[in-house]
Design a protein around this ligand. Structure first.
Ligand code: ZN
Ligand code: ZN
Length: 323
């Protein structure tokens, strides 16, 4: 609390994607922008990969000073980023994160891990094998789009290299890349990649269901994050909890994930704040932003989400208690 008894907020975004999954920016670019925007905490949580932060040391360049802790990296700007912040030391903490794709009762749901250790080789191999299914699935999706002649599909055709080109260095390509390729090729039909996705990618339900046997179950995913990697498992975007677009009953799913041992939940939608008291969960916040691929509104949230400082401290305390 501050002097006037109002809660103090901290600029934090604990759920963002880099170009190692399906975001538009490198982690370096995001760190730079976050320093300029006076963010205090960020967490890159790419889909089933940790490569963005695992490779941070080599790629950070001369403008940052990096101090590694267990589960965190502290980044300090060396004072020459731009005129505005030249006069003072400016720093932020990068939490080691991941967004795991898991299965609960046969349905895909995501789990965010924060403050995790560097995964051992056998875990990295499992994650790679999960991600190797993604290109196969996207190829199927593209052929479905090309094959269909009904409605909007009649005028659309994508060559696989056009999709491959927008994936760049991604380790975990997603439907969003197909949306980007469509938007680039048909800018008059689709204003944003998301518009292309909702017009024709998200209806391809057969491709949606692809994936299967390599994913962790939700219970195993939580154990991986909480016990093996000594981080905390967070329920992301509870208002769209199923990855197949079903609404279902998120409250039942939350109850199960609590039984399996999750530590927290994202509360950007206040409807889920009840979980903090009812299940003693930690509060986390994240825009789930993919940079400029999202369109202007959500892209801005990349630098503006806030969490009460006391809640952020609880997250840090719990992570530190496990190290
Ligand atoms: Zn997600
Ligand atoms: Zn996400």
């Amino acid at each position: 609390m501050t002097e006037n008894n109002l809660p103090e907020f901290v600029k934090a975004n604990l759920h963002v994607h880099t170009n190692i999954s399906d975001g538009s920016q490198t982690l370096n670019e995001y760190i730079l922008e976050s320093l300029m925007s006076r963010m205090e905490y960020i967490a890159p949580v790419d889909h089933d990969t940790c490569d963005s932060w695992l490779n941070l040391t080599e790629s950070a360049g001369p403008i940052f000073e990096i101090k590694k802790n267990k589960g965190f990296v502290k980044i300090t700007a060396l004072g020459n980023l731009n005129q505005e912040i030249r006069t003072e030391k400016n720093s932020l903490e990068v939490l080691h994160g991941i967004e795991l794709t898991t299965l609960l009762d046969g349905k895909k749901i995501h789990l965010v891990g924060l403050g995790i250790d560097e995964p051992a080789e056998n875990i990295l191999i499992r994650l790679n094998s999960i991600n190797s299914t993604r290109e196969v699935r996207l190829k199927e999706l593209v052929s479905e789009i090309n094959y269909r002649t009904d409605e909007i599909y009649a005028g659309l055709y994508l060559d696989w290299p056009e999709v491959k080109a927008v994936m760049g260095p991604s380790k975990s390509p997603s439907r969003l890349h197909v949306g980007i390729a469509l938007q680039i090729k048909y800018p008059f039909l689709f204003k944003t990649p998301r518009a292309a996705m909702s017009a024709c990618v998200n209806h391809n339900l057969e491709s949606y269901a692809f994936g299967g046997d390599k994913f962790y179950s939700a219970r195993d995913g939580i154990n991986l994050i909480e016990k093996t990697l000594h981080g905390i498992a967070i329920i992301p975007h509870p208002d769209r909890i199923f990855e197949n677009g079903e609404i279902g009953n998120p409250h039942d799913v939350i109850r199960k994930l609590v039984e399996y041992g999750v530590s927290g939940i994202e509360i950007q939608n206040p409807e889920f704040e009840y979980c903090l008291e009812e299940y003693h969960l930690l509060a986390s916040i994240g825009s789930d932003s993919h940079g400029k691929f999202d369109g202007p509104g959500r892209a801005k949230m990349r630098y503006t989400t806030k969490l009460e400082r006391s809640q952020l401290e609880k997250i840090k305390d719990k992570i530190n208690s496990k190290k």
